[in-house]
Design a protein around this ligand. Structure first.
Ligand SMILES: Cc1cc2nc3c(=O)[nH]c(=O)nc-3n(C[C@H](O)[C@H](O)[C@H](O)COP(=O)(O)OP(=O)(O)OC[C@H]3O[C@@H](n4cnc5c(N)ncnc54)[C@H](O)[C@@H]3O)c2cc1C
Length: 317
């Protein structure tokens, strides 16, 4: 869409969302919400807090024709400096941030933070989600990404996700999708940008809280020792089959490589750090340079795990 068209589509969406009051914002920063803390704004940012908000959102999407982007904790996205030409959707944590435990079954709202989920499951005498303490995302983002670590991933305990389609024939309906229909595989799922996860249900095993706490402490320690802090989104690239992206980047001698305000971490080669007040376009340029160098050296294509938001699609080579 051209700029003027985009602005008037955003205005149409915003007008539909007017009943939500200050939970709908025209031109709100989303880059600052990401763990990279760089990048621009979305045309509209809306925080949904109820099923009726979801219906208004569907109406706004229909009225404007704008694409949507659900922003969880922003720990797996890089938002372009030019921003996102669509509607960014946030979930109100007082509504979507609840956890309920019933025997071995745990239901969590999509806005629940994974480290909190891990700790809560352990304190409830359950096992199966300890790994999540090291992943700084939300339940919704973890379902979309099939997040995992330390030999586990969400697909191993997820039973079903509650999902609302924002477009299409089922738009506005909140329904449960069983895990086998989500096509969860390595850092991917069948969920699209116009589907919003509102909750997830897990089936866990009986666990000993003392053991669980000690597993969690071990994971936290390992993360502190092996991963950098600061502004990043964890692993930038997916591991190629049978190899590790970090190993290849390290072997290619790229640790410490810098473009402008972005650096390949010296601590973990698959992390790219942004400087305070840095630029998303520098991070994207460094991602492309790392891909080129690794391809030249090993003839292996690295594919980003991080969602690139608002960047132009690459021209075919
Ligand atoms: C220091 C660090 C370490 C990390 N370590 C790991 C790791 O070990 N393993 C791992 O898997 N990941 C890791 N990550 C990446 C990230 O934390 C996970 O991918 C996490 O699941 C993303 O969740 P999020 O809420 O931040 O998603 P976002 O970054 O907000 O979004 C990621 C994608 O999910 C979509 N999304 C978010 N919420 C929803 C929702 N409610 N409904 C539908 N779609 C949604 C977004 O639209 C986007 O496409 C790490 C990140 C950091 C910063």
């Amino acid at each position: 869409m051209r700029n003027a068209e985009l602005r008037s589509a955003a205005r149409r969406a915003f007008d539909v969302l007017a009943p939500l009051g200050d939970r709908a914002v025209l031109g709100g920063s989303i880059g600052a919400l990401s763990t990279y803390r760089v990048g621009g704004s979305a045309e509209v940012v809306v925080t949904v807090a109820s099923d009726s908000d979801l219906l208004k959102l569907v109406e706004a999407v229909e009225a404007s024709g704008l694409p949507t982007l659900v922003v969880g904790r922003g720990s797996n996205m890089l938002v372009a400096d030019g921003g996102f030409g669509g509607i960014a959707v946030l979930l109100d944590s007082s509504v979507f941030g609840l956890v309920e435990v019933d025997g071995a079954r745990l239901c969590a709202g999509a806005a629940v933070a994974l480290p909190a989920l891990a700790r809560r499951s352990v304190e409830a005498g359950l096992t199966g989600l300890e790994w999540a303490v090291g992943v700084p995302g939300s339940v919704g983002g973890a379902v979309r990404m099939n997040a995992g670590g330390h030999g586990s991933e969400i697909s191993q305990t997820l039973e079903a996700a509650t999902v609302c389609d924002l477009t299409g024939p089922q738009a506005g309906q909140v329904r449960e999708i069983k895990v086998d229909r989500l096509a969860l595989s390595y850092r991917s799922s069948a969920l699209t940008d116009s589907q919003l996860v509102t909750a997830a249900r897990f089936g866990l095993g009986p666990g000993d809280p003392r053991e669980g706490r000690s597993v969690i402490a071990g994971i936290v320690r390992w993360r502190r020792e092996n991963q950098p802090g600061g502004q990043n989104a964890g692993s930038v690239f997916k591991n190629p089959p049978g190899d590790s992206a970090g190993r290849l980047i390290d072997l290619a001698g790229l640790k410490g490589l810098r473009i402008g305000t972005a650096t390949v971490s010296a601590k973990h080669a698959n992390f790219i750090q942004a400087d305070d007040g840095g630029s998303a376009d520098d991070v994207a340029a460094l991602i492309a340079l790392v891909q080129r160098c690794v391809h030249e050296r090993f003839s292996i294509d690295l594919h980003p795990e991080v969602k690139m938001i608002g960047f132009l699609p690459e021209a075919p080579s």
